[in-house]
Design a protein around this ligand. Structure first.
Ligand SMILES: N[C@@H](CCC(=O)N[C@@H](CS)C(=O)NCC(=O)O)C(=O)O
Length: 243
């Protein structure tokens, strides 16, 4: 059986859980507590030098990181139901969507880390914080932890991030869905799965007013269709603030 190192609220983990659920694949769940920096332990960094979740351990013991890559691997090894378009051009479009959405993650972090991560990180002493930051592999994430612990994002920064998510994701999705049923053509694909964790957060906290049929009708209908899929319940993409 697969072993998934993940977090229930982690966006990238949610993608992989959705993909596993669509495929009807079970996994052993190993929850990583980000506030305990379990993902920066030497043992974890050996498996994923980027020090982030999710991480999937395959049945033969090899491991994979990067949610987009993991999902493609799962679709290749478990082709039914297909989650990548049959057409090469549409598959390229799918990958561009995933890459584009990955590039927006910094804007999501501003909102996501203000909850339980901030609650814990603000309590660390300067010495504890310095020790923890030493193990964070990327400069961007070191900065994100520092901001979460000591210098909460301002309302102006939050608004800027909200605007980027609106223009970069909602407006772009609306335009695409005007032309095709799903993000990468006429079938539900990994591009749609990639967007789900972001849309969930926009809908529940970041910009619910933008998720209405009046503002983004096609995205709103897409979101209704996504939530009606049985895999959505199986993947446990619950309310972010209530876990
Ligand atoms: N590109 C990576 C991003 C993974 C990622 O950013 N994971 C977050 C949770 S959604 C994480 O581990 N954050 C903890 C940290 O950066 O310290 C992927 O898609 O797997």
């Amino acid at each position: 059986m697969y072993v998934l190192y993940h977090g229930w609220r982690s966006s990238a983990s949610r993608r992989v859980r959705l993909c596993l659920a669509e495929k009807g694949l079970e996994f052993e769940s190993k929850v990583i507590d980000l506030t305990k920096m379990e993902h920066h332990s030497p043992a974890f960094l050996k498996l994923n030098p980027n020090g982030v979740i999710p991480l999937l351990i395959l049945e033969d013991g090899r491991s994979l990181y990067e949610s987009g890559t993991i999902c493609e691997y799962l679709d290749e090894t478990h082709p039914e139901p297909p989650l990548r378009p049959a057409d090469a051009f549409d598959r390229a479009v799918m990958r561009n969507w995933i890459r584009h959405i990955d590039g927006l993650i910094g804007n999501l972090i501003i909102f996501n880390w203000a909850h339980s991560m901030a609650k814990v990180a603000t309590q660390w002493s300067d010495t504890e914080l310095a020790e923890k930051l030493k193990n964070v592999p990327s400069k961007e994430r070191r900065e994100a932890w520092l901001r979460t612990a000591r210098k909460p994002y301002t309302e102006e920064e939050r608004q800027e991030a909200r605007d980027k998510l609106k223009v970069g994701l909602l407006d772009r999705m609306e335009e695409t869905l005007r032309q095709t049923a799903w993000l990468a053509g006429e079938h539900y694909s990994l591009a749609d799965i990639g967007a789900v964790p972001f849309i969930k957060r926009l809908d529940e906290e970041i910009a619910p007013d933008e998720m209405t049929p009046a503002k983004h009708p096609r995205v709103a209908a897409w979101w209704v269709a996504i939530q009606a899929r049985p895999a959505f319940a199986v993947a446990k993409i619950g309310p972010f603030t209530a876990v």
